[in-house]
Every structure is written in structure tokens, then in C-alpha cells.
Design a protein around this ligand. Sequence first.
Ligand code: AMP
Length: 227
Amino acid sequence: MSKLFRAVIMGPPGSGKGTISERIAQRFALTHLSSGDFLRENIAANTEAGILAKTYIDRGLLVPDHVMTRLLLPKLEEMTRHSWLMDGFPRTLAQANALNSTCDLDLVISLNIPFETLKERLSERWVHPASGRVYNMGFNPPRIQGRDDISGEPLIQREDDQPEAIVSRLRHYKDLAKPVIDLYRSKGILHKFSGTETDRIWPYINSLLSTKIPSISQTVTQHAPLP
Ligand code: AMP
């Protein structure tokens, strides 16, 4: 790799951020970092931050900024020799400012998905609480209805994915994300992608990143295409 590459992907709940992050990580050999996964790992390991974070996540709230930064920034400092894509952080301006003081981002991807599409996707979303694995009954159903593919344990519909909660959750996301998006726009590193289908947005993200990370994309495209 000629130069390290640091990117952030932002998008409201249900925007397909996780799926797109996995595709980017695979195609461009970036390490996919997910704040939700870090939190779940910390919860599973019963760390001090994990125990604290769980009290917020269980209530459907965002974990406070100081807990998030205390957890994630040291992790990023360990990654000084790696290229990475961060998914789920920053979610607030305070988090973005903290990230700013740790590293220079090369690029920010912002997913702009119509409100009706998000509402529909979230209402069909079921999760396996222990692992955080997410299913969509419409386009990504589990192999056995109501059961996690790996553990076989029951899936649940998160309280904040129930129709009444969805609207306020999306509004809350938008309010918090707006100043973060504005910040990255003013830095000239924001790239916005709009659409209703992940598979239609993906080629545009792929070609943007191919121009930004040419050495990696040339190596990786020699391998099998993505499914
Ligand atoms: P996710 O897997 O991204 O949906 O995250 C699961 C939960 O972890 C969220 O609903 C939040 O409660 C919490 N969380 C994840 N990332 C952040 C963040 N950057 N700031 C605050 N809370 C977060």
C-alpha cells in the first residue's frame, strides 16, 4: 500500500451502511471498524466502558461522547499503520472534533436515503441481540424464520425499530449528523450518495474509491468479483 487511507461512512439507521462498509473493506483491503461492534465486544468482555455503555444501549440511547472517545481513540491510535474505514463513529460534532485531533481523514461517505425507504427497511429489521447481526425480512431474511443463522437463537425486533419509534429516531439522527456533515463538507472531504437501493449506490462508491485508492483497487480487482 502506497499511502494509508482513512475513511468514515455515515448514514442513518437502515441506510445500508454496514453492508456497504463490508463491501468496501473487502474490495479495497481496508480494516472495517464499527463502533457498534466495539461496544458489543466491550459489553461481552465486561470492561468498565462496556458496562457503562450497555446502560445506554439497552435504553435505545446514544452512548455519551466521552465514553465513545475513551473507547475508540486508543483503538485508532493502535491502527497508525493500517488503512481503515470507520462505521458508526463519529455520530456527533463532539465525536468528530475528537477524531479530528487524532487523525486526518481522507474521505467521508454520507448515505442519503429517502425517509420512506428507511422507515420501510427499519420496520422489517430483526436483530440477534447477542451478536448484533441484523436481518431484513424483505431482502436479507434469516435461513430459518425468526432464528439467527449462526447461533440458532431467537431474533427480536428492537424497540427502536418499532414503527412509532422510527420517525423520532431518524429525526434525532438527522439533527446530530447535520453539523458533522457540514464540518466534513467544509473540509472538502464529503462525498454524498443518494438512492433507494444499496446495489445501485455501490458502483458509484466503488468507482470513487478506485480513484482514491488506485494501488489497492488494481491489486484487488484481479481477484474474484464480489457476490
Ligand atoms: P450500531 O451497531 O451502530 O447500530 O450501534 C448500536 C448502538 O451502540 C447504538 O444504538 C448506540 O446506542 C451505540 N453507539 C454506536 N456507535 C455510537 C456512537 N458513535 N456514539 C454513541 N453511541 C453509539
